[in-house]
Design a binder for this molecule. Structure first.
Ligand code: CA
Length: 243
């Protein structure tokens, strides 16, 4: 009974692809285990340079980044990372002076956890951060508002979406449709669900309207360089997005 409840809670938690950058094996093992147990797909590396290579591939939803790394410090990793990605970063800090720099937040860190930490606490921070994806923080600076999702990046506050680094010129409805699909990559959303998320009056509602906007949206993605159509049609069910 308790076990079933625990499973239900686990299912409702957001899971993600997480990169752990930590050079101390015992801490790294603890992190990989604690995050893996929550259903996340966890990758681990020990060097900042290696982390940046992995992050350039773009398939990471969140980074847990140790400040003290053998090749370059975590601040430098974060600074370089921010030139090409807005993926959330949670710093692991060992010393107070590191903490002061994180708190300065010139680095675009999303959170920090001072060492020593409990795996449970870290997992909770990760969960809290993932719940805010891809929504933007109110009043965040321009650069911080963009969230990368595969080939897409979304600024929910500014209601803008980029595809492969290019800004898409979208109508209000096209934006609403794509944003709804991006919120749940891979999930099939029915036309009714898509309308509910994107339409604020039912003046323009109707299944045909959704299809029309999906059609123009696809044309814009093709124009932006999509070879394979990222929007999938599921006959009789709706649409999903391959991000
Ligand atoms: Ca370290």
């Amino acid at each position: 009974m308790y076990r079933a409840a625990a499973r239900a809670i686990l299912r409702s938690m957001p899971t993600a692809r997480i990169l752990v950058v930590e050079d101390e094996p015992t801490i790294a093992d603890t992190l990989v285990y604690a995050l893996g147990r929550e259903g996340h797909r966890v990758r681990h590396c020990t060097l900042g340079g290696e982390a940046l290579e992995i992050l350039r591939e773009g398939a990471t939803d969140l980074v847990v980044l140790d400040v003290g790394l053998p090749d370059m410090d975590g601040f430098e990793v974060c600074r370089r990372l921010r030139t090409f990605s807005e993926v959330p970063v949670i710093f692991l800090t060992a010393r107070n002076d590191e903490l002061d720099r994180v708190l300065g937040l010139e680095l675009g860190a999303d959170d920090y956890v001072p060492k020593p930490f409990s795996p449970r606490e870290l997992a909770a921070r990760v969960r809290a951060r993932l719940r805010r994806l891809p929504g933007a923080q109110a009043g965040a600076a321009e650069g911080e508002r963009w969230r990368a999702l595969g080939e897409f990046a979304i600024d929910a506050e500014g209601r803008r979406i980029r595809y492969r680094g290019q800004a898409l010129e979208l109508t209000r409805y096209e934006y609403a449709l794509l944003a709804a699909l991006l919120r749940r990559p891979g999930a099939i959303l029915s036309r009714a669900q898509l309308m509910e998320r994107g339409w604020d009056s039912d003046a323009d509602s109707g299944d045909r309207t959704v299809d029309t906007h999906v059609k123009t949206l696809r044309a814009k993605l093709r124009a932006a360089g999509a070879e394979a159509d990222p929007i999938r049609t599921h006959r009789g069910l709706g649409y999903s997005l391959d991000a």
